[in-house]
Design a protein around this ligand. Structure first.
Ligand code: EPZ
Length: 419
């Protein structure tokens, strides 16, 4: 298995291009099931999760062409298989996003239940209750969800008891083909949802309230071919912002959007990091000391749970103490024991971690169990004295495009050892 070797202590300097967002691309690809297409997605990142969604759509019967040079993914054709098998769904939970489009278009779908994962139990009850509200009949059997709506879905008002990105996306897509008006109340406001709304609108859907917590869809009309540019990845943006900050460097994050960072930009500034819009991107630098800052993860525009591990690495070398509270997932502190092995002083109390900054981390062999935890160890390695070796790199490849190339290009001593 590949490993990443890092020699810490070099301030980063230069430009990093921000890729298209993984978490926008996955639902956008699933949206291709709503029509025969083609749906052309530009600014497509080259990531393992994108390949997995491509494989899932291919096994549903679609033609999927990922042109890595042109950075486009093109999906066309109608689904011939309405089943998403366990083998693919267990690899990537976002596979459940095919459920809404399939049942809305074909009146039937069978999708493996995703089950828990490293960061928590992650149920899909809100997806299922929402589809029931649109008239689908749901049954669970043999580890699979079966959804049927032989006469098609019908618009409804759905009030989410809790904000869910995936449930909002699944129901938004289903609502486009449901007859009549669907209103999603307490919908997720993450930029990936507004991006999905923009793509669905380009496909002919009638949607209002995109980007707000109340989205209305006038559904029922057939959708058509479209081309859509995937929004830049706000989590990759935040991650490289912290790479600049933790090394005391300056980087220009090309294509990054300040408004998509939400509370992350405010908290970074509070901690002593400069974040400024420049030339269609963001300049991030840290010239003086870092101070501890408290964060609590929340749905957008609050502080993103997908930035929590990276922020903890930064706080590990800040002056003073910080409290990091995770409210979205129940088991998202797996990076803590690894950071502790690098000399960080962190103690966990329930859903909160108290981080007492140390002047310097020390390199160590480390491994992690999920995407964001892995990258937090890379960030810690960039700041640490000596060598850090990160194993289980396949987690990183799910969501960070060419991470070692991007960091090496701005001066990091980082390389991948294949094996
Ligand atoms: C999306 O996951 C992202 N994944 C996650 O990114 C991200 O951490 C998460 O949103 C929160 O921002 C993709 O976009 C592909 P949720 P999702 O439904 O949609 C509970 C990464 O590292 N919930 O908003 O699965 C759930 O357990 C990944 O890139 C229910 O209880 O997240 C969680 O506590 C990891 N029932 C909370 O809601 C449901 O039916 C929010 O989850 C659905 C969710």
């Amino acid at each position: 298995m590949d490993r990443i070797h890092i020699q810490g202590g070099r301030p980063l300097s230069g430009n990093i291009p921000i890729s298209g967002a993984k978490n926008a691309a996955l639902p956008l690809m699933a949206a291709s099931l709503l029509m025969d297409g083609p749906l052309v997605l530009t600014n497509a990142p080259d990531l393992a999760d994108i390949a997995t969604m491509g494989a899932l759509l291919r096994q549903h019967g679609l033609a999927v062409d990922h042109d890595k040079t042109a950075r486009t993914i093109t999906m066309s054709g109608a689904a011939t298989s309405l089943e998403a098998p366990y083998d693919l769904v267990r690899k990537m939970r976002a596979s459940v996003l095919v459920l809404g489009p399939l049942v809305a278009r074909f009146g039937q779908a069978r999708v493996s239940l995703p089950g828990g994962c490293a960061i928590g139990t992650r149920p899909v009850d809100l997806h299922l209750k929402g589809l029931e509200a649109l008239g689908a009949t749901i049954s669970l059997d043999g580890g699979y969800i079966t959804a049927t709506a032989p006469k098609g879905l019908v618009g409804a008002k759905i009030i989410f008891p809790q904000v869910s990105v995936g449930a909002t996306e699944n129901l938004l897509m289903a609502a486009c083909l449901a007859k009549g008006t669907t209103t999603l109340v307490n919908a997720a406001r993450e930029p990936e949802i507004a991006d999905l709304c923009a793509c669905l609108s380009a496909m002919g859907a009638v949607i209002s309230g995109a980007g707000t917590d109340r989205i209305t869809v006038e559904g029922g009309a057939p959708l058509h071919a479209a081309t859509h540019a995937i929004v830049p990845d706000r989590i990759e943006t935040g991650t490289y912002a912290i790479a600049a900050a933790i090394t005391g460097g300056t980087v220009l994050l090309e294509g990054a959007r300040l408004e998509h960072l939400g509370a992350v930009a405010r908290i970074l500034r509070e901690a002593g990091v400069e974040v400024a819009e420049e030339g269609g991107g963001l300049r991030v630098s840290r010239l003086n000391g870092l101070h501890g800052a408290d964060v609590m993860t929340e749905p957008f525009p609050g502080f993103a749970t997908d930035m929590q591990a990276q922020f903890m690495s930064l706080m590990a070398v800040a002056e003073g103490a910080s409290m990091v509270t995770e409210t979205i997932f129940e088991n998202r502190f797996m990076h803590v024991p690894e950071l502790t092995r690098m000399g960080a002083r962190i103690t966990i109390h329930g859903a909160s971690a108290i981080v007492r900054g140390v002047p310097m981390l020390s390199g160590a062999p480390v491994m992690a169990t999920d995407l964001r935890a892995s990258v937090s160890l890379i960030l810690a390695g960039l700041a640490a004295r000596g060598e850090t070796v990160v194993s289980r790199v396949y987690h990183l490849d799910r969501g960070y495009e060419h991470v070692e190339r991007k960091l090496a290009a701005v001066g990091a001593a980082i390389e991948r050892q294949r094996g």
